[in-house]
Write a protein that binds this ligand. Structure first.
Ligand SMILES: *[C@@H]1O[C@H](CO)[C@@H](O)[C@H](O)[C@H]1NC(C)=O
Length: 418
């Protein structure tokens, strides 16, 4: 028995057993239903799901307690991996017991090379230059239905079994699973009552998740009341070729960057942090927007494409030359609009670059409804930017649209403190 375990010490060669088409696959791991974390068919670039088997099981039956102890110390782990989070791309691996997350990352990266190796290697090199060697992948333990996943730290690696979510780019994203997929989660924030929400997948490409009733009426009105006397015509970040141009045609709303200086706004920051599983340190201040009749915002991306900002020291600095970026936008709808004012993702479902960036006729549109939010992701789990996250604010035809952007980065920006 010892011998067979030793031979496996050699990096995970064992059987990369692809499940045959039509084979019955169990989708339960520990007490977690993996159907909540794997997709029937949609590959989620830079994400994978592991089910780590019980190591003790392969050691039991040893001749003595000593044998068993040695076996446990040396043995390997049986792991089922769903690469890109796809249910049918299931493979079985046997891997050495990792000492820490760094170890686990190395073993996984050997078998499944990062889908964004340039970024991965650059960040690794930067860590090493500072004398730090740490895992860049983020590992999460999904809970039972209704519970939020919890980040795994290096000290938790010993005895790690059951389901594990792996994010190559180092930041958590909610897996979309499939269009119309719903999940209920309870958000627990220190000092405020828990909030139960339902996440509804509206689009997989780009990943758009809708949560109705995230804010209550009084919270929406608080933000509007705070912003209303302070609204100014919206600006935009200017790409190199647009510097000096007016913003008037492509963006016609009014804007207010709202400091997080009231209890209600602070509470919402925490709720957004709980929902996105990113600390408030990753958030920008909310940008409140008002669109009146015939006002809109032409389709654009929320991430910074550094190729277009090579002359902007500010953008290059913020993004560390493109290694970090806005991960997600949490977009608040603070009023229900009688007609128009949708958020449109013209390329949703894999559509081409639109000819008319104000058309609002293609892809997926979300109706503004008081208290609703959407989370949409500008990055893949690999850290790569998602071109399909192109989106715009459609013309308001009747009523006033009040909304707010909350941008979440994949690193702490420290605009806001915990
Ligand atoms: C989610 O919660 C709602 C009630 O808020 C309930 O009707 C629904 O069945 C739940 N869905 C799931 C998937 O648990």
């Amino acid at each position: 028995m010892r011998a067979s375990f030793n031979s496996i010490w050699h990096p995970l060669l064992l059987c990369a057993l692809l499940a045959g088409a039509g084979a019955e696959v169990s989708t339960v791991c520990g007490d977690v239903n993996l159907d909540d974390w794997t997709s029937p068919s949609w590959p989620f670039q830079g994400y994978s799901v592991l089910c780590i088997g019980d190591r003790a099981a392969s050691c039991s039956g040893g001749a003595s307690a000593d044998d068993e102890a040695t076996c446990l110390a040396d043995s390997s782990l049986h792991v089922t991996i769903y690469n890109a989070g796809v249910r049918s791309s299931r493979a079985n691996l046997q891997i050495p017991v990792p000492a820490d997350l760094q170890d686990l990352e190395k073993v996984l990266a050997k078998e499944y090379p990062p889908s964004n190796p340039t970024r991965h290697n650059k960040i690794k090199d930067a860590f090493q230059k500072k004398g730090r060697d740490k895992a860049l992948f983020a590992f999460y333990k999904p809970g039972r239905a209704g519970e939020l996943p919890v980040r795994i730290s290096s000290t938790d690696v010993k005895g790690l079994t059951g389901p594990v979510l792996v994010y190559e780019g180092g930041a958590f994203l909610w897996p979309g699973i499939e269009i119309d997929f719903k999940r209920n989660v309870s958000l627990n924030m220190p000092g405020t009552p828990p909030v139960s929400v339902t996440l509804l997948t509206r689009s997989l490409q780009p990943l758009v998740i809708e949560v109705s009733s995230f804010l209550d009426k009084s919270e929406c009105q608080h933000i509007i009341g705070k912003a209303e006397p302070r609204m100014a015509k919206s600006g935009v970040s200017h790409m190199d070729h647009d510097v000096g141009k007016a913003d008037a045609t492509w963006r016609t709303s009014s804007t207010y960057f709202m400091p997080s200086d009231t209890d209600i706004v602070k509470r919402l920051d925490k709720r957004v942090a709980a929902l996105t599983l990113q600390s408030v340190r990753h958030q920008e201040y909310a940008q409140v927007l008002r669109y009146e009749k015939n006002e809109h915002y032409e389709a654009h991306h929320d991430f910074f494409d550094v190729a277009l900002y090579q002359k902007s020291e500010q953008v290059l600095g913020l993004t560390k030359n493109g290694l970090f970026n806005r991960l997600a936008t949490v977009f608040f709808y603070l009023s229900t609009v009688e007609k128009g004012g949708q958020t449109n993702f013209p390329r949703a479902g894999g559509g081409p670059q639109p000819r008319n960036f104000a058309a609002c006729s293609e892809g997926v549109s979300i109706d503004p409804q008081e208290g609703r939010i959407i989370i949409f992701y500008s990055l893949h789990p690999s850290g790569r930017t998602d071109e399909y996250s192109l989106h715009g604010g459609c013309d308001v035809h009747e009523g006033t649209k009040w909304s707010a952007n909350k941008w979440i980065w994949n690193k702490p920006m420290d605009y806001l403190r915990e």
